[in-house]
Write a protein of this length. Sequence first.
Length: 382
Amino acid sequence: MLYYIKADQFFYPYDVKKGGYLEIKDGKFGEWMAQVPENAKVVDYSGQWIAPGLVDTHIHGFGGADSQDAEVEGIMGTMSEGLLSAGVTSFFPTPLTDSHEGLLKCCEVIGEHYAEARGAKVRGIFFEGPFFTEEHKGAQNPKYMRDAKMWEIDDWQKAAHGMLKKVGLAPERDGSEDFIRKATQAGVKIALGHSNATYKEAVAGIEAGASIWIHTFNGMSGLTHKEPGMVGAILNTPNTYAELICDGHHVRPEAAEIIMKMKGADHVVLITDSMRAAGLPDGPYMLGEFEVEVRDGAAWLPTGRPAASILTLSTAVKNVVDWGIATPAEAVMMGSLTPAKSVGLDDVCGQIKTDYAADFIVLNQDMSLAATYLDGEKRYQA
Protein backbone atom coordinates (compact mmCIF):
# COMPACT_ATOMS: atom_id res chain seq x y z
CA MET A 1 0.00 0.00 0.00
CA LEU A 2 1.32 3.42 -0.99
CA TYR A 3 0.12 6.79 0.30
CA TYR A 4 1.46 10.20 1.28
CA ILE A 5 1.11 12.21 4.48
CA LYS A 6 0.64 15.94 4.01
CA ALA A 7 1.45 18.14 7.02
CA ASP A 8 2.83 21.53 8.04
CA GLN A 9 5.98 20.12 9.64
CA PHE A 10 7.88 16.83 9.78
CA PHE A 11 10.32 16.25 12.65
CA TYR A 12 13.37 14.54 11.21
CA PRO A 13 16.35 13.61 13.44
CA TYR A 14 18.21 16.92 13.15
CA ASP A 15 15.95 18.89 10.85
CA VAL A 16 12.36 20.08 10.68
CA LYS A 17 10.98 19.90 7.15
CA LYS A 18 8.33 22.52 6.44
CA GLY A 19 5.29 21.45 4.45
CA GLY A 20 5.45 18.84 1.73
CA TYR A 21 4.61 15.15 1.82
CA LEU A 22 6.00 12.01 3.43
CA GLU A 23 5.78 8.79 1.47
CA ILE A 24 4.48 5.70 3.30
CA LYS A 25 5.03 2.49 1.37
CA ASP A 26 4.15 -1.01 2.60
CA GLY A 27 4.24 0.10 6.24
CA LYS A 28 7.62 1.83 5.97
CA PHE A 29 8.81 5.41 5.62
CA GLY A 30 9.73 6.53 2.13
CA GLU A 31 11.07 9.91 1.02
CA TRP A 32 9.91 13.39 1.94
CA MET A 33 8.97 15.38 -1.16
CA ALA A 34 7.64 18.80 -2.06
CA GLN A 35 5.09 17.43 -4.55
CA VAL A 36 3.39 14.07 -5.08
CA PRO A 37 2.51 12.21 -8.29
CA GLU A 38 -0.83 12.94 -9.94
CA ASN A 39 -3.73 10.93 -8.48
CA ALA A 40 -1.64 9.89 -5.47
CA LYS A 41 -3.47 8.92 -2.30
CA VAL A 42 -2.93 11.71 0.25
CA VAL A 43 -3.79 11.71 3.96
CA ASP A 44 -4.16 15.38 4.78
CA TYR A 45 -2.92 16.62 8.16
CA SER A 46 -2.65 20.28 7.14
CA GLY A 47 -2.23 22.46 10.22
CA GLN A 48 -0.64 19.58 12.14
CA TRP A 49 2.82 18.10 12.62
CA ILE A 50 4.31 14.63 12.10
CA ALA A 51 6.85 13.21 14.57
CA PRO A 52 8.41 9.77 15.08
CA GLY A 53 6.62 7.45 17.45
CA LEU A 54 7.72 7.96 21.05
CA VAL A 55 10.08 5.51 22.77
CA ASP A 56 9.59 4.83 26.51
CA THR A 57 12.64 3.02 27.90
CA HIS A 58 11.50 3.14 31.55
CA ILE A 59 7.86 2.21 32.18
CA HIS A 60 6.42 -0.19 34.74
CA GLY A 61 2.77 -0.33 33.79
CA PHE A 62 -0.26 1.21 32.11
CA GLY A 63 -4.03 0.80 32.12
CA GLY A 64 -4.10 -1.59 35.09
CA ALA A 65 -1.33 -3.89 33.84
CA ASP A 66 2.20 -4.03 35.20
CA SER A 67 5.44 -5.59 33.98
CA GLN A 68 5.94 -7.12 37.43
CA ASP A 69 2.80 -9.24 37.00
CA ALA A 70 4.61 -11.22 34.27
CA GLU A 71 1.32 -11.78 32.45
CA VAL A 72 1.29 -12.09 28.68
CA GLU A 73 -2.08 -10.40 28.16
CA GLY A 74 -1.21 -7.58 30.55
CA ILE A 75 2.05 -6.64 28.84
CA MET A 76 1.40 -7.61 25.21
CA GLY A 77 -2.24 -6.57 25.27
CA THR A 78 -3.29 -4.00 27.86
CA MET A 79 0.03 -2.12 28.15
CA SER A 80 1.05 -2.42 24.52
CA GLU A 81 -2.28 -1.29 23.10
CA GLY A 82 -2.88 1.34 25.78
CA LEU A 83 0.44 3.02 25.13
CA LEU A 84 -0.66 3.96 21.62
CA SER A 85 -2.94 6.52 23.30
CA ALA A 86 0.24 8.05 24.78
CA GLY A 87 1.99 8.27 21.41
CA VAL A 88 4.35 5.44 22.36
CA THR A 89 5.22 2.99 19.59
CA SER A 90 8.23 1.29 21.23
CA PHE A 91 8.82 0.51 24.92
CA PHE A 92 10.80 -1.40 27.53
CA PRO A 93 8.61 -3.21 30.11
CA THR A 94 10.31 -2.42 33.43
CA PRO A 95 10.10 -4.75 36.45
CA LEU A 96 11.16 -3.51 39.89
CA THR A 97 13.58 -4.98 42.41
CA ASP A 98 12.58 -8.60 43.14
CA SER A 99 13.95 -12.05 43.89
CA HIS A 100 16.00 -13.85 41.25
CA GLU A 101 13.07 -16.15 40.55
CA GLY A 102 10.55 -13.32 40.30
CA LEU A 103 12.63 -11.48 37.72
CA LEU A 104 13.34 -14.73 35.89
CA LYS A 105 9.59 -15.16 35.39
CA CYS A 106 9.36 -11.66 33.89
CA CYS A 107 12.18 -12.54 31.49
CA GLU A 108 10.53 -15.78 30.44
CA VAL A 109 7.17 -14.16 29.70
CA ILE A 110 8.57 -11.17 27.83
CA GLY A 111 11.32 -13.10 26.06
CA GLU A 112 8.93 -15.74 24.77
CA HIS A 113 6.04 -13.45 23.82
CA TYR A 114 7.41 -9.99 22.94
CA ALA A 115 6.65 -10.46 19.24
CA GLU A 116 2.96 -10.87 20.14
CA ALA A 117 2.59 -7.24 21.27
CA ARG A 118 -0.63 -5.93 19.73
CA GLY A 119 0.25 -2.24 19.97
CA ALA A 120 3.48 -0.50 20.89
CA LYS A 121 6.44 -2.76 20.14
CA VAL A 122 8.39 -4.40 22.95
CA ARG A 123 12.01 -3.55 22.13
CA GLY A 124 13.67 -4.88 25.28
CA ILE A 125 13.50 -5.19 29.06
CA PHE A 126 14.79 -2.75 31.68
CA PHE A 127 15.46 -4.08 35.19
CA GLU A 128 15.18 -1.11 37.54
CA GLY A 129 17.00 -2.99 40.26
CA PRO A 130 17.71 -5.15 42.20
CA PHE A 131 21.28 -3.87 42.59
CA PHE A 132 20.38 -0.72 44.51
CA THR A 133 21.08 0.78 47.92
CA GLU A 134 18.62 1.07 50.80
CA GLU A 135 19.40 4.75 51.39
CA HIS A 136 17.58 5.58 48.16
CA LYS A 137 15.24 2.61 47.84
CA GLY A 138 12.26 4.74 46.77
CA ALA A 139 9.15 2.61 46.37
CA GLN A 140 11.17 -0.61 46.09
CA ASN A 141 11.59 -3.43 48.60
CA PRO A 142 15.07 -3.32 50.19
CA LYS A 143 14.93 -6.99 51.20
CA TYR A 144 15.74 -7.91 47.60
CA MET A 145 18.59 -5.43 47.15
CA ARG A 146 21.98 -7.04 46.65
CA ASP A 147 25.36 -6.77 44.96
CA ALA A 148 25.37 -7.35 41.21
CA LYS A 149 26.54 -10.74 39.93
CA MET A 150 26.99 -11.76 36.31
CA TRP A 151 25.54 -15.22 36.87
CA GLU A 152 22.17 -13.57 37.52
CA ILE A 153 22.38 -11.57 34.31
CA ASP A 154 23.33 -14.72 32.40
CA ASP A 155 20.33 -16.59 33.82
CA TRP A 156 17.92 -13.76 33.09
CA GLN A 157 19.29 -13.12 29.62
CA LYS A 158 18.93 -16.77 28.65
CA ALA A 159 15.30 -16.74 29.80
CA ALA A 160 14.70 -13.43 28.03
CA HIS A 161 16.12 -14.70 24.73
CA GLY A 162 18.53 -11.75 24.72
CA MET A 163 15.85 -9.12 25.39
CA LEU A 164 17.35 -7.85 28.67
CA LYS A 165 18.81 -4.62 27.28
CA LYS A 166 19.20 -2.32 30.30
CA VAL A 167 19.95 -2.89 34.00
CA GLY A 168 20.12 -0.38 36.85
CA LEU A 169 22.51 -0.39 39.80
CA ALA A 170 24.05 1.71 42.56
CA PRO A 171 27.75 2.10 41.67
CA GLU A 172 28.91 2.12 45.30
CA ARG A 173 27.90 -1.52 45.85
CA ASP A 174 30.72 -4.06 46.11
CA GLY A 175 32.03 -5.36 42.80
CA SER A 176 30.07 -2.86 40.71
CA GLU A 177 32.90 -1.74 38.45
CA ASP A 178 33.83 -5.28 37.46
CA PHE A 179 30.17 -6.12 36.91
CA ILE A 180 29.62 -3.02 34.75
CA ARG A 181 32.58 -3.92 32.55
CA LYS A 182 31.37 -7.49 32.04
CA ALA A 183 27.72 -6.56 31.54
CA THR A 184 28.46 -3.87 28.97
CA GLN A 185 30.77 -6.26 27.11
CA ALA A 186 27.79 -8.64 27.01
CA GLY A 187 25.69 -5.94 25.35
CA VAL A 188 23.67 -4.74 28.35
CA LYS A 189 23.32 -0.98 28.93
CA ILE A 190 24.00 -0.07 32.56
CA ALA A 191 22.04 2.72 34.21
CA LEU A 192 23.07 4.27 37.54
CA GLY A 193 20.55 5.29 40.17
CA HIS A 194 18.78 4.59 43.48
CA SER A 195 22.20 5.34 44.85
CA ASN A 196 23.99 7.28 47.57
CA ALA A 197 27.27 7.24 45.62
CA THR A 198 29.88 9.93 45.93
CA TYR A 199 30.89 11.85 42.84
CA LYS A 200 34.03 9.71 42.57
CA GLU A 201 32.07 6.45 42.81
CA ALA A 202 29.55 7.62 40.22
CA VAL A 203 32.22 8.68 37.73
CA ALA A 204 34.03 5.36 38.29
CA GLY A 205 30.83 3.61 37.22
CA ILE A 206 30.73 5.66 34.03
CA GLU A 207 34.39 4.97 33.31
CA ALA A 208 33.67 1.25 33.72
CA GLY A 209 31.01 1.48 31.00
CA ALA A 210 27.71 2.72 32.47
CA SER A 211 26.05 5.32 30.24
CA ILE A 212 22.59 6.17 31.60
CA TRP A 213 21.33 7.92 34.76
CA ILE A 214 18.03 6.67 36.21
CA HIS A 215 15.38 9.40 36.70
CA THR A 216 17.80 12.26 37.34
CA PHE A 217 17.48 13.93 40.78
CA ASN A 218 15.12 11.23 42.10
CA GLY A 219 16.60 8.48 44.27
CA MET A 220 20.19 9.70 44.27
CA SER A 221 22.76 11.72 46.21
CA GLY A 222 22.46 15.43 45.48
CA LEU A 223 25.01 18.09 44.64
CA THR A 224 26.74 20.18 47.32
CA HIS A 225 29.85 22.30 47.12
CA LYS A 226 31.82 19.75 49.16
CA GLU A 227 30.41 16.54 47.64
CA PRO A 228 29.00 16.84 44.10
CA GLY A 229 27.40 13.38 44.37
CA MET A 230 25.42 11.65 41.63
CA VAL A 231 23.82 14.87 40.40
CA GLY A 232 27.23 16.51 40.03
CA ALA A 233 28.46 13.50 38.06
CA ILE A 234 25.47 13.73 35.71
CA LEU A 235 26.20 17.39 35.00
CA ASN A 236 29.90 16.73 34.45
CA THR A 237 29.80 13.68 32.15
CA PRO A 238 28.69 15.08 28.78
CA ASN A 239 28.46 11.82 26.82
CA THR A 240 26.00 10.13 29.16
CA TYR A 241 22.20 10.01 29.00
CA ALA A 242 20.06 11.55 31.73
CA GLU A 243 16.51 10.26 32.25
CA LEU A 244 13.95 12.83 33.41
CA ILE A 245 10.37 12.43 34.70
CA CYS A 246 8.74 15.66 33.52
CA ASP A 247 5.37 15.46 35.27
CA GLY A 248 5.91 18.57 37.39
CA HIS A 249 5.94 16.50 40.60
CA HIS A 250 9.18 14.51 40.49
CA VAL A 251 11.33 17.35 39.16
CA ARG A 252 10.63 21.07 39.09
CA PRO A 253 10.75 22.61 35.59
CA GLU A 254 13.71 24.78 36.62
CA ALA A 255 15.72 21.71 37.63
CA ALA A 256 14.82 19.93 34.38
CA GLU A 257 15.92 23.03 32.46
CA ILE A 258 19.35 22.92 34.10
CA ILE A 259 19.85 19.32 32.97
CA MET A 260 18.68 20.13 29.45
CA LYS A 261 21.03 23.10 29.18
CA MET A 262 23.99 21.08 30.44
CA LYS A 263 23.32 17.83 28.54
CA GLY A 264 21.47 18.97 25.42
CA ALA A 265 18.39 17.39 23.88
CA ASP A 266 20.57 14.68 22.35
CA HIS A 267 21.48 13.39 25.84
CA VAL A 268 18.25 13.88 27.82
CA VAL A 269 15.81 10.96 27.82
CA LEU A 270 12.20 11.71 28.69
CA ILE A 271 10.70 8.75 30.53
CA THR A 272 7.44 8.14 32.37
CA ASP A 273 8.41 5.65 35.11
CA SER A 274 4.65 5.12 35.11
CA MET A 275 2.87 2.43 37.09
CA ARG A 276 -0.28 0.42 36.42
CA ALA A 277 -2.50 3.37 37.40
CA ALA A 278 -1.42 5.41 34.35
CA GLY A 279 -4.50 6.01 32.25
CA LEU A 280 -6.85 5.09 35.14
CA PRO A 281 -8.82 7.10 37.76
CA ASP A 282 -7.41 8.26 41.10
CA GLY A 283 -7.40 5.85 44.06
CA PRO A 284 -5.28 3.22 45.84
CA TYR A 285 -3.05 0.98 43.73
CA MET A 286 -0.21 -1.50 44.24
CA LEU A 287 3.30 -0.67 43.08
CA GLY A 288 5.19 -3.93 43.42
CA GLU A 289 4.53 -4.92 47.04
CA PHE A 290 3.65 -1.41 48.23
CA GLU A 291 0.34 0.44 48.23
CA VAL A 292 0.34 3.94 46.80
CA GLU A 293 -2.35 6.60 46.49
CA VAL A 294 -2.94 8.14 43.08
CA ARG A 295 -4.14 11.75 43.23
CA ASP A 296 -3.26 15.19 41.91
CA GLY A 297 -1.47 13.77 38.88
CA ALA A 298 0.99 11.47 40.69
CA ALA A 299 1.30 8.33 42.84
CA TRP A 300 2.19 8.94 46.49
CA LEU A 301 3.69 6.76 49.20
CA PRO A 302 2.16 6.88 52.71
CA THR A 303 5.17 9.04 53.68
CA GLY A 304 3.91 11.74 51.33
CA ARG A 305 6.75 11.28 48.85
CA PRO A 306 6.09 10.63 45.14
CA ALA A 307 6.48 7.06 43.91
CA ALA A 308 6.31 5.90 40.30
CA SER A 309 4.39 8.34 38.14
CA ILE A 310 1.16 8.15 36.16
CA LEU A 311 2.67 10.32 33.43
CA THR A 312 2.26 9.55 29.73
CA LEU A 313 5.16 10.24 27.39
CA SER A 314 3.11 12.44 25.06
CA THR A 315 2.26 14.60 28.08
CA ALA A 316 5.93 14.81 29.08
CA VAL A 317 6.82 15.97 25.56
CA LYS A 318 4.07 18.61 25.73
CA ASN A 319 5.02 19.68 29.27
CA VAL A 320 8.61 20.66 28.48
CA VAL A 321 7.35 22.88 25.65
CA ASP A 322 4.57 24.37 27.80
CA TRP A 323 7.12 25.08 30.54
CA GLY A 324 9.22 27.04 28.04
CA ILE A 325 12.33 24.91 28.53
CA ALA A 326 12.42 23.14 25.15
CA THR A 327 11.40 23.79 21.57
CA PRO A 328 8.95 21.37 19.91
CA ALA A 329 11.84 19.83 17.95
CA GLU A 330 13.92 19.36 21.12
CA ALA A 331 10.95 17.88 22.98
CA VAL A 332 10.27 15.39 20.18
CA MET A 333 13.95 14.39 20.11
CA MET A 334 14.00 13.78 23.89
CA GLY A 335 10.91 11.57 23.58
CA SER A 336 11.97 9.55 20.53
CA LEU A 337 15.47 9.57 19.05
CA THR A 338 17.44 10.19 22.25
CA PRO A 339 15.75 7.34 24.17
CA ALA A 340 16.35 5.05 21.19
CA LYS A 341 20.02 6.09 21.00
CA SER A 342 20.51 5.60 24.73
CA VAL A 343 19.73 1.89 24.44
CA GLY A 344 21.15 1.27 20.96
CA LEU A 345 17.81 1.12 19.12
CA ASP A 346 18.13 4.12 16.82
CA ASP A 347 18.74 1.69 13.95
CA VAL A 348 15.13 0.48 14.16
CA CYS A 349 13.03 3.21 15.81
CA GLY A 350 12.95 6.74 17.18
CA GLN A 351 13.26 8.61 13.89
CA ILE A 352 11.63 9.24 10.55
CA LYS A 353 14.01 7.61 8.11
CA THR A 354 13.61 5.82 4.80
CA ASP A 355 12.95 2.07 5.16
CA TYR A 356 12.26 2.31 8.92
CA ALA A 357 8.87 1.04 10.12
CA ALA A 358 6.35 3.86 9.69
CA ASP A 359 5.69 4.31 13.41
CA PHE A 360 4.74 7.95 13.88
CA ILE A 361 2.46 10.38 15.67
CA VAL A 362 0.39 13.36 14.60
CA LEU A 363 0.68 16.42 16.83
CA ASN A 364 -1.53 19.47 17.06
CA GLN A 365 0.26 22.81 17.16
CA ASP A 366 -0.17 22.95 20.95
CA MET A 367 1.83 19.67 21.12
CA SER A 368 -1.21 17.60 22.09
CA LEU A 369 -1.48 14.14 20.53
CA ALA A 370 -3.91 13.79 17.62
CA ALA A 371 -3.15 10.28 16.31
CA THR A 372 -0.71 7.37 16.48
CA TYR A 373 0.35 5.21 13.54
CA LEU A 374 2.02 1.82 13.70
CA ASP A 375 3.57 0.32 10.56
CA GLY A 376 1.79 2.97 8.53
CA GLU A 377 -1.65 2.13 9.94
CA LYS A 378 -3.61 4.54 12.14
CA ARG A 379 -4.13 2.77 15.46
CA TYR A 380 -5.21 5.63 17.74
CA GLN A 381 -7.26 8.77 17.15
CA ALA A 382 -7.59 11.34 19.95
